[in-house]
Design a protein. Structure first.
Length: 202
């Protein structure tokens, strides 16, 4: 038997008009709410397993299963604190929601958090109502069902030997640089993306 994949849903507090997309992700997941992400859980009728934060943007919850208070002046964001707690408790598949909002610095830091997870052998992805984001350091395949488009960016260095098959524009043995980005906004029914070195943000 293979190693069990333990799934954790991390609910962050980025402003979102639509949070209904989160509800199907709740069943079977260990749920960690980061700061005002707790309010989203309550709106969905869910009680998180853990609430963590400094609560500078929302009231301190009165009733939770486990509440972890963080200082306002700290090195980690509330979302990264939630990620570290999930890892410490053995979760190997993290889904981040409410992680992309109207502040670029917060959104970019959460994309960087995906690399933090990857470097520690933990699968992580960000899901929004319209997209899914992940970082890979090796070949991957995916279905375009529900999305229709995908973009690919080199993250943290050159992504060497990139090959794309099954997309509107295919590539063979291409070195993708972080800037300017090239492999972006491609239509795809199902794709196969092998590359020998580097990290790709999809």
């Amino acid at each position: 038997m293979g190693t069990e994949i333990k799934r954790c849903l991390i609910v962050s507090g980025a402003p979102e008009a639509d949070i209904a997309y989160i509800k199907p992700l709740l069943p079977g997941a260990f749920v960690v709410a980061a700061d005002s992400g707790y309010q989203k859980c309550r709106r969905l009728g869910a009680e998180p397993d853990i609430v963590v934060g400094d609560f500078d943007s929302s009231p301190v919850p009165e009733h939770t299963k486990e509440l972890i208070m963080m200082p306002a002046h700290k090195d980690d964001t509330d979302t990264l604190a939630a990620i570290k707690i999930a890892m410490e408790r053995g979760y190997t598949h993290l889904i981040l929601v409410g992680a992309i909002g109207n502040r670029f610095d917060h959104s970019f830091s959460n994309v960087a958090n995906l690399a933090y997870c990857l470097d520690r052998g933990v699968q992580a992805e960000i899901i929004t109502p319209n997209e899914k984001l992940f970082i890979s350091d090796g070949p991957f395949s995916f279905s375009g069902a529900g999305y229709g488009y995908f973009s690919l960016f080199a993250f943290g260095g050159v992504c060497r030997g990139l090959t794309i098959r099954g997309a509107e524009w295919e590539l063979t043995d291409y070195d993708l640089n972080p800037a300017p980005p090239c492999a972006k906004a491609m239509r795809c029914g199902a794709g196969n993306v092998p590359f020998p070195s580097g990290k790709a943000d999809c």
